[in-house]
Design a protein around this ligand. Structure first.
Ligand SMILES: Nc1nc2c(c(=O)[nH]1)N[C@H]1C(S)=C(S)[C@@H](COP(=O)(O)O)O[C@H]1N2
Ligand SMILES: [Mo]
Length: 202
């Protein structure tokens, strides 16, 4: 056993099939925020949703808490090349959130999701509705910490983590795509980590 394993000392381990190309395994949970962490209180929390037809709806924290929650264990992939495996969250599927807001999504194809502090990010609406996107409020069994987007953040783990807007304040449903904060600065409009869609044109 010793003889066999000695050959591997100092070498990198086999590539993990759960780590996308160009990523490395991170065990900590780094914080990446533009600007300071806003103090968002659940007492005054609101999520404003608007539809392409001009209709609007909004949810309070109590509205959000009344919606069915899912517990998910997912891998996170940040465009700065760290990936973190097996993170466990609780949150409300975005489809249920939009349903509760009562906004007509029929004509919408894209979403621009806004977070406190001026942040925004754009995604195809389909990616928010297909059961792989949540408004997450619990991380590893505890209320989501402010630096990670608490009280509630978007969680879209099949895309690079910049698409998971922290301190979510609004979801604008649109007919046409429009770039968010990082997308205006040259990041990819979709951001699939398995296709290494880091920057425009990737
Ligand atoms: N509101 C807001 N959301 C945000 C950001 C931000 O600066 N503001 N940064 C994004 C980026 S670039 C990344 S990589 C992830 C980081 O999430 P974390 O700090 O919980 O690791 O949040 C994303 N969501
Ligand atoms: Mo990021």
């Amino acid at each position: 056993m010793d003889v066999v394993s000695r050959g591997f000392v100092g070498r990198r381990s086999e590539p993990d099939p759960r780590i996308p190309p160009g990523q490395y395994l991170e065990s900590a949970f780094p914080v990446l925020s533009i600007g300071a962490t806003p103090n968002v209180r659940t007492e005054t929390w609101r999520l404003d949703v608007s539809g392409p037809g001009g209709d609007t709806g909004s949810l309070t924290w109590a509205d959000l808490m009344a919606l069915p929650t899912e517990k998910v264990t997912v891998d996170l992939h940040c465009v700065t090349q760290w990936s973190k495996l097996d993170t466990t969250w609780r949150g409300v599927p975005v489809a249920a959130v939009l349903d509760a807001a009562g906004v007509d999504v029929a004509d919408a194809r894209y979403a621009l999701v806004r977070g406190h502090g001026g942040y925004s990010t754009n995604l195809p609406l389909a990616d928010l509705l297909d059961g792989r996107a949540w408004l997450a409020h619990t991380y590893e069994g505890a209320p989501l910490a402010p630096e990670h987007g608490g009280p509630a953040r978007l969680l879209v783990p099949h895309l690079y983590l910049w698409k998971s807007a922290k301190w979510v304040s609004g979801i604008e449903l649109r007919r046409e795509d429009t770039p968010g904060f990082w997308e205006q600065l040259g990041y990819h409009e979709y951001g699939d980590p398995w296709r290494e869609q880091r920057y425009v044109g990737d």
